[in-house]
Design a protein around this ligand. Structure first.
Ligand code: 0O2
Length: 229
């Protein structure tokens, strides 16, 4: 009998009810933090395995964060929901967030495939803002997954948003995020226009770096073949 069959998978809302004597906010943060730890470890293992087998790191670095209460409340209000524990669990998908920064766009799709193949992760949605960038110019690959958090007498499926992007995309998104908050979403048109131009430059840079890397790898292969023959 598997662990999940023995204890049963319960929803986040029910998990909170089980801890009625404890502050629900603290319970939620405990569950999301645990899910984040699980996903982070999983990704580190995938990266280590890849390095071990292919002598190459698809992940440059991993950042994790739990959304702040202020940001959760703002997002709920922005989407027309009242600020409540129930609504945040139901409507905010990125309370637990992992960001994977890669060198090349090809690494993004390689990682997404590896994540999709993990049997204990359920991929709930995928948003490919690389193939379909946002109007702002934002590019990134988003996967919403659910991960089982194993507790003493139950298993709670918990949502984690994984954002995968290149170093250049991350550089752009960080600045755009700062500007968005500075102007509360109403940046002057010339700034938005410049940002869109920068997004185009980021895409060109990513393409150029990818083809340069492919050229370098081809040279290395050629040299190896020369030595072996
Ligand atoms: P913050 O402050 O970064 O946390 P959904 O319910 O999933 O349909 P959601 O959550 O808006 O709606 O989905 P999406 O599009 O996957 O966006 C989730 C997060 O991606 C955002 O969280 C940002 O972190 C990032 N993101 C999305 N669009 C942009 C963008 O245009 N620019 C930048 N810089 N980041 C973006 P938050 O809560 O909006 O913001």
């Amino acid at each position: 009998m598997t662990y999940t069959r023995r204890f049963g998978v319960i929803k986040m809302q029910n998990a909170i009810k089980r801890y009625e004597d404890v502050d629900s906010w603290k319970t939620i943060i405990f569950l999301y933090t645990s899910a984040l730890k699980e996903v982070e470890t999983k990704l580190e293992i995938l990266n280590d395995e890849f390095r071990h087998v292919h002598k190459y790191n698809p992940i440059e670095h991993i950042k994790t964060r739990i959304k702040t209460p202020e940001s959760i409340v703002k997002k709920l209000k922005r989407n027309g929901y009242e600020a409540s524990i129930e609504n945040m669990v139901k409507y905010i998908n990125d309370i637990a967030g992992v960001r994977l920064i890669c060198s090349f766009t090809s690494d993004i799709y390689r990682l997404a495939e590896m994540i999709g193949n993990q049997s204990d992760l359920k991929v709930l949605t995928i948003k490919d803002y690389i193939k379909n960038p946002k109007e702002s110019g934002y590019k990134s690959y988003h996967m919403l997954v659910s991960v089982p958090v194993f507790l003493s007498d139950s298993v709670v499926d918990t949502k984690v948003e994984i954002q995968i992007r290149t170093i250049a995309m991350d550089f752009w998104a960080s600045l755009e995020h700062k500007i968005y908050y500075k102007f509360e979403g109403n940046a002057p048109e010339y700034i938005s226009q410049d940002l869109r131009k920068c997004a185009q430059m980021v895409s060109e840079l990513d393409e150029k770096m990818l083809s340069l890397n492919e050229a370098i790898l081809a040279c290395v292969e050629k040299e190896k073949d020369g030595k072996n023959s």
